[in-house]
Design a protein around this ligand. Structure first.
Ligand code: ATP
Ligand code: MG
Length: 230
């Protein structure tokens, strides 16, 4: 079995550049304890996605230190790291297949019962049961038969089933109705429980949930604190 990750993540003076001489991150220091949720906010190009890329080790840092559970990220087995990171992207990925298969993606061994349990936990069960064939309803890759909010809930169910130690979420900017918004926030609360999470946040309601808000500006941390402090 692969070594378990707890989820303590520490950036110490991290400098990173995609292109030589142009630093995308200019000395980031950030201490995240296992189980904490971090909201990353800031203008376009400020470095939010770059921070996320480094945690999944899609790139290596230029200087400074990046550790996971106190261990240099370069020394953590890549397969172990990737298996314990769950990524929910802005443009929710739905593939052609049944609702059930979409939720089970990444956990093919999951039973029907487990699939229903996570769907219920994120409050997606109700809308799924209203579809023509319930969990066996076929959906299209673009997911056009599903609303943005429903697609989001499905992606949360999928992430919950995968149960990663570290969760990365790039929040969708699309506007959704208030009722769906409340559902998504409730689902998010459940999804974040017990794991370290980094959310590129656009909604104030999401930012409020976070244990720590990090405001980025041109590759630097401009402000850091909780909702009450900022
Ligand atoms: P957004 O809100 O638009 O998603 P962001 O905060 O996620 O922005 P990053 O994508 O982290 O910003 O970009 C930080 C800086 O790095 C920007 O100057 C960007 O142009 C640059 N950058 C990002 N990705 C690459 C890449 N693959 N190659 C070269 N430069 C990049
Ligand atoms: Mg980004």
């Amino acid at each position: 079995p692969l070594p378990k990750i707890q989820g303590d993540i520490r950036f110490k003076n991290v400098v990173f550049e995609y292109e030589k001489g142009r630093a995308a991150l200019k000395g980031i220091s950030l201490d995240v304890k296992a189980g904490q949720s971090i909201a990353l906010v800031g203008h376009t190009g400020s470095g939010k996605s770059t921070i996320i890329n480094l945690i999944g080790r899609f790139y290596d840092i230029k200087s400074g230190e990046l550790t996971i559970d106190g261990q240099d990220v370069r020394e953590v087995q890549l397969q172990s790291l990737r298996e314990q990171i769950g990524i929910v992207l802005q443009d929710t990925f739905i593939f052609s297949g049944t609702i059930r298969d979409n939720i089970r993606f990444g956990r093919l061994d999951a039973t029907d019962r487990e699939v229903e349990e996570v769907a219920k936990a994120v409050d997606a069960h109700e809308f799924i049961m209203k579809l023509p064939r319930g969990y066996d309803t076929e959906v299209e890759e673009r997911g056009s038969a599903l609303s943005m909010g429903q697609r989001q809930l499905l992606s949360f169910a999928r992430a919950l089933l995968a149960d990663p130690r570290i969760l990365i979420l790039d929040e969708a900017t699309a506007s959704i109705d208030t009722e769906t918004e409340i559902k998504i926030q409730d689902a998010l609360k459940i999804l974040l429980q017990g794991r370290t999470s980094f959310i590129v946040a656009h909604r104030l309601s999401t930012i409020r949930h976070a244990d720590k808000i990090v405001v980025l500006d041109h590759g630097e941390i401009k402000e850091e604190g909780n909702h009450a402090e900022l």
